[in-house]
Design a protein around this ligand. Sequence first.
Ligand SMILES: Cc1cc2nc3c(=O)[nH]c(=O)nc-3n(C[C@H](O)[C@H](O)[C@H](O)COP(=O)(O)OP(=O)(O)OC[C@H]3O[C@@H](n4cnc5c(N)ncnc54)[C@H](O)[C@@H]3O)c2cc1C
Ligand code: SF4
Length: 580
Amino acid sequence: MSFEIKSSGEAYDVIIVGSGAGGGMASKILSEAGLSVAVLEAGGDFDPAKEEDRTQLRPPWESPRRGGGTRIRPFGDFDQAIGGWDIEGEPYTRGEGTSFDWFRSRMVGGRTNHWGRISLRFGPNDFKRRSIDGMGDDWPIGYDELKPYYDKVDKLIGVFGSKEGIYNEPDGFFLPPPKPRLHELFIMKGAKKANMPVIPGRLSMLTRPINNERGVCFFCNQCNRACQAYADFSSGTCLIKPAMAKGKVDLYTMAMVRTVTTDDSGNATGVSYISKADMKEYKLRARVVVLGASACESARIMMNSKSKTHPNGVGNSSGMVGRYLHDSTGADRMGIMPDLIDRERYNEDGVGGMHVYTPWWLDNKKLDFARGYHIEYWGGMGMPSYGIGFSMDTMRKHLKDEFGNPSPNGGYGEGLKKDIRRLYGSTLGMSGRGESIPRFSNYCEIDNNVVDKYGIPVLKFHYKWTDQEIKQAKHMQDTFEEILTESGAVLLGKKPGADTMYGLAAPGRIIHEVGTTRMGNNASTSVLNSNCQAHDCKNLFVVDAGPFVSQADKNPTWTILALAWRTSDYIVDQLKKKNI
Ligand SMILES: Cc1cc2nc3c(=O)[nH]c(=O)nc-3n(C[C@H](O)[C@H](O)[C@H](O)COP(=O)(O)OP(=O)(O)OC[C@H]3O[C@@H](n4cnc5c(N)ncnc54)[C@H](O)[C@@H]3O)c2cc1C
Ligand code: SF4
């Protein structure tokens, strides 16, 4: 059930803002504990199994743009991330000389409908980076405290992988991983020669059944379109929907939360939100408020929630809300594999993501930058869509006719089609995703001069990379070149140099933003305690990536899910003890 509007005055045990990874997990755990829950979601309802929402398996000709991207679907017309970098009527601003790009999805399930589903646990070292290299801060909790929750997330949601026994890349409860595909075998060969590990990927698609509600992956390679069989993890299909079927959960779609409301003693009493259906403001009441609107949006809601008891915004007496914002580092490179031109066709079906990856493998003591990165690989034969990577003008020089001369075909018609067929599936590439250093000087704040179309003050971002991240990107480029060359590929494009910060993606572009409401034991340097509870508002909690003290060289979502489960257990415990 979902409905657009609920009149003011309704009271719940818990209000959860946002239906993405964090909000979804909280809604399941809290409702299964018998609590009445309202989930408020700024986007519309979405279910990939409904014919009107399904884009999986649709051929390119069903799209007027043959699958090409649009403003609200920047990754392509069939991609299920409805929102993007630039949402109409929902602007954000940047401080002079700084950059940050903010990606948002406005739909039930948030960004988990499209995400890459790379589902890595943080390792023991990732929680104590300051103790190791003197930069940033340690988390107030360690791996041992989160491990039971990672285990439960693995079993509830399902993740494939392999037991490798790597200390800082902890093993979990894995489903069997799919076999490497042809392009991945080439990469494995090259990486082996370059002395780098390549191990099976760890992604949350079901390669075996885990329950009766979800199907098994049939290897269509289109997880970014969201799976009608629910074989890949999305918060909407795997958490929100089951929670609504079992528990007391009301889902309010098109409900844009403006503030957390508080009473005279500073406790949260609920939220106020704008209904996108009638552009009117409503209030809902609850005993506990849980923010899972994504790291930056939860910080925005808190900073906008000003009152006599919370003059800087709720939970912000330290002034730390918005501070320590950090995203993963990222850089890419691609090549063309001559051995894969004019190739035979094999069955290379697989999941919509990598079957193998390289975890961080080096010792920073021997390097000129802190922290590490992992490498994600791509290539192979997916369903053709708009563009095939680089232009034909560039690619044709790699084609030869039967006498070894430059191919005479091309231009248009039959010749062009023939060239595309010969080249299709011959390119491959890789992306580094690394850890940056969280800094006080990288932050978001409220821009008092700009409001969105709902009249809510927007965020202003201030973010600059430093030498640490730039040197890491340089190292990535050298590594990519080595792997591609050793694999037998011809490098495409110019190697990014110092003028482009070695291809280092702009802050925000990797879409792993974390740290804006960080946890800590000291209430003057952190926003939340180690249970993700606001230091100065006991019935307010955050379950997205805001609480992260540092990002690690892993993708963040498995940790969001584990933390959200742990926080939800704590809420149930505190309610039982009548502490909140
Ligand atoms: C292209 C892409 C690839 C990615 N790949 C990976 C990957 O492989 N592995 C990984 O770990 N992570 C990946 N991520 C990141 C991952 O999607 C996020 O870490 C995760 O979804 C964050 O979960 P969340 O619950 O914090 O926020 P979201 O998933 O963003 O959900 C927040 C929800 O809150 C709603 N909301 C926001 N503001 C309000 C408001 N004011 N009122 C009401 N509702 C509101 C939003 O509409 C949204 O539905 C990827 C992301 C993208 C876009
Ligand atoms: S690859 Fe598998 S999990 Fe992904 S959308 Fe296709 S069938 Fe579903």
